[in-house]
Design a protein around this ligand. Sequence first.
Ligand code: SF4
Length: 409
Amino acid sequence: MSTSAGSLTNRRSTRQIMVGKVPVGGGAPITVQSMTITKTADVEGTLQQIYALAGAGCDIVRCTCNEIEAAEGLAQIVPRSPVPIIADIHHQYKMALAAMEAGVHGLRLNPGNIRRPEHIKAVASEAKDRGIPIRIGVNGGSLDPELYDKYGGKVTPEAMVESALREIAYFDEVGFDQIKISVKASNVPLMVEAYRQLSEVTDYPLHLGVTEAGPLPNGLLKATAGIAALLLEGIGDTIRYSLTADPVEEARAGRQLLEALGLRERKNVDLIACPSCGRAEIDVIDVANRAMQAFGERKIPLQVAVMGCVVNGPGEAREADLGIAAGNKRGHLFVKGRNVAVVPESEMVEALVEWAEFIHEHGAEAAIARVDTKIAEREAAKDRSMLLDAQGDDVNHSHDRLVEIRKKI
Ligand code: SF4
């Protein structure tokens, strides 16, 4: 797979299905999914969560449909939802029929939990008549016991793929092909291999996820490891982080991963910051965190840098749209690598927000044009040379240390 610098271009080609108005597969932008954790019968509570998820970048939301009250709730939720709703179905195939009656835009069936062919085909026939897609959601933890035994009492990638293919065969029998598939496991290498194998044998769109990834931050790392590995290979059409956390965290994580990989356009600020070191003139962690909070969910699709020192900061973050570097109790603002202003250290975060809003509205050129960059450059040069004089090139005193070490040998 070849990639162009800074973005992934080659993706495995898949068929396209529509989940409501949202396309999945077939070259459509990769979508972010999450799932509500309210009782679906609690219509207002569930809608509140759906709106929060949509606000955090979620494209499709799944709600459980485990009882008739949940199906009744869906009938009221679907028309008021800002994003397509998928009903999650496990043991009772009749809940799938009820959810379709309620107007959902898609279903998720777990082949390990609904196993009677006549039930599977009844759901697929109804979905076909209504034009509703179904995700075949294989889960390593709830694999069909027969497949588990067939593969030596273990959950293997082959067993998971076979589970999906068996379900597809039932769907084929009734001429249903509005399918997407997932083969999730909580074990990352297992899940990655299952998706790889699946992508070799089918061109249905794939829904990626590491199931039961767990609480933050470990769950985030595990899910990212699995999902990113596959996306980098061009595999995957829609993703879900399964975190033991507020589902809004799942939506944010999904969105941020896709933006970081260049697979979705940036919606919010991408805050980059130096890791800090002995040269830092400020508490970089504190300033970066305060900046993150100040930008919050503002729709400003810029890369903004917080750098600990004016000696190296502006150069290292010259690709950022906007940045600030500390020096001599002052913050040196730079736009596209050009020094534009100097503010007191205590006003660094406010200045970043103000300049980011201006650039977002008027562009970087206009931001640079509104100031005399020569003054800002001169001030930055002054603080830079003051720091270099005070600290020298060797701020971590490695030369002195070496001399001491050698004395001991
Ligand atoms: S920008 Fe300055 S403070 Fe931050 S890591 Fe680089 S040298 Fe250290």
